[in-house]
Design a protein around this ligand. Structure first.
Ligand code: CAO
Length: 417
């Protein structure tokens, strides 16, 4: 397919850090013309955060802002605001994730934007919904994980609430916003009118924690949760506990040690005991006597000594690497996977072939690895390009808006761009 699905869609990317940029980057991958509007003083903060090469945009920025153009402009000046308003009049989508109230303080409220361009879709990320008692808070990733129910249910029961390495608050919220924006674009086909699409980071985290809310309701009804390590030998309170590495559904599972775990922190597999596959699981781990043993042959019988069973499986795993173990277990259809390190993922040839990890050129840093598009189409392959330098497209964009060379020079001289 030569035509990119979102070609012709103009997006003003008034975002920073991760939640907003993750959303607009994917719009750009799908073919939208995404213009990142940044402060003249340093641009998006992630350009400078955790730099690995002096004076070169940090990977934090390059990995969230590929396929975009950059306009550096002070939108708090009258001239800068005028440029913004011209862009708004001509755009299909505007996305922002500033601190609560920042857009209003800039004179760019939703009402004003909607008046300027009724067709425009306005995407907004905040930490909390407008009617939340915490609506005024500035929010980063881990704050959202704590407020959305992820932290209280992650980790081990004898440790504190724990945050996940996965960006449940940031990129996940950006993906929720992306769904909302694409839906609003579809709605606009019917109505001709744009709308405001808001996602709070708390909600986006909660949406991924829905099985934990399921567990809260079950706990209140039953007083126990049978798939948690606390059952049947431990105790429950009135709230969902942290379940360590237990499987979240009805199939018990755990992270198990493989050969080399003493020195390799990732020499583990995730092993699932699938009820309907018990017989073959016993064959796989060379314990055929368990198939009909009353102490093992039903879910209920196994529950009270599930960790003894996992200990026995670890004995079987002791002389097998995680890859050897999975190669055997897959023949018996045991749901399992090796625990992969980031190094293994970075150099995994299959992930390179599928375009899930890609090497991209950047004007100043040379080539770098980034996570490619996780959505695969039968008739379209996103081409990932490098991120823009700060203000790289400022003059180009101003020219497109009709500014002549003298006016552009004056805007530079006045520090507006
Ligand atoms: N020209 C002039 N001013 C600009 C500008 C531009 N091009 N771009 C941004 N600004 C201004 C904003 O208007 C704001 O000004 P005021 O404070 O006077 O209103 C100021 O820069 C700072 O905005 P900010 O929101 O980016 O920065 P912050 O450091 O205060 O907060 C964050 C950062 C992420 C905590 C906050 O934006 C936030 O809570 N956002 C909503 C939730 C969110 O998306 N968090 C996820 C971030 S990913 O981890």
């Amino acid at each position: 397919m030569n035509q990119q699905p979102l070609s012709g869609i103009k997006v003003i990317d008034f975002t920073g850090v991760q939640a907003g940029p993750a959303c607009t980057q994917m719009l750009a991958w799908f073919g939208a013309d995404v213009l990142k509007v940044e402060r003249t003083t340093g641009g998006d903060v992630t350009r400078h955060q955790l730099r690995d090469i002096p004076d070169v945009d940090a990977l934090y920025f390059t990995m969230l802002n590929s396929n975009k153009r950059s306009l550096a402009i002070n939108t708090k000046t009258p001239e800068g605001k005028e440029v913004m308003e011209k862009l708004i009049c001509d755009a299909d989508v505007l996305v922002e994730n500033f601190a609560p109230g920042a857009m209003d303080r800039m004179g760019l409220s939703w009402e004003h934007i909607h008046e300027l361009n009724p067709r425009l879709i306005f995407g907004s990320v905040k930490g909390f919904n407008e009617d939340s008692p915490w609506a005024d808070l500035k929010v980063y990733e881990n704050v959202a994980q704590c407020a959305g129910g992820a932290a209280s249910t992650t980790g081990f029961w004898d440790g504190p609430p724990t945050v996940s390495a996965a960006a449940l608050g940031d990129s996940n919220t950006g993906m929720h916003l992306l769904i909302g924006i694409l839906t609003a674009l579809m709605a606009r086909e019917k109505t001709g009118v744009g709308q405001k699409v808001s996602v709070s980071m708390q909600d986006a985290v909660l949406n991924l924690c829905r099985v934990k809310l399921r567990d809260q309701e079950r706990l209140e009804r039953l007083g126990y949760l049978e798939e948690y390590p606390q059952y049947p030998n431990g105790t429950f309170t009135d709230t969902v506990p942290r379940g360590g590495n237990a499987g979240g559904g009805g199939q018990p599972g755990w992270v198990l040690k493989c050969k080399g775990w003493e020195t390799d922190p990732n020499a583990y597999i995730y092993f699932t005991i699938q009820e309907q596959n018990w017989e073959r699981t016993c064959e796989a781990i060379e314990r055929p006597e368990w198939v009909h043993d009353p102490a093992y042959c039903t879910v209920e019988a196994r529950q009270s000594h599930i960790f003894d069973i996992f200990d026995e499986i670890e004995k079987w795993l002791a002389d097998k690497t995680k890859y050897e173990a999975v190669d055997t277990l897959r023949k018996y259809e045991v749901p399992c996977a090796p625990v992969l390190s980031m190094k293994e993922i970075a150099y995994d040839p299959a992930l390179r072939t599928s375009g899930s990890v890609v090497e991209v050129e950047h004007k100043e840093r040379g080539s770098y690895l980034t996570v490619g598009c996780p959505v695969k189409f039968s008739d379209f392959a996103p081409q990932i390009t490098g991120s823009p330098l700060l203000g790289e497209h400022t003059d180009q964009v101003l020219t497109e808006l009709g500014y002549d060379a003298d006016t552009i020079a004056a805007l530079h001289a006045e520090g507006v761009v």
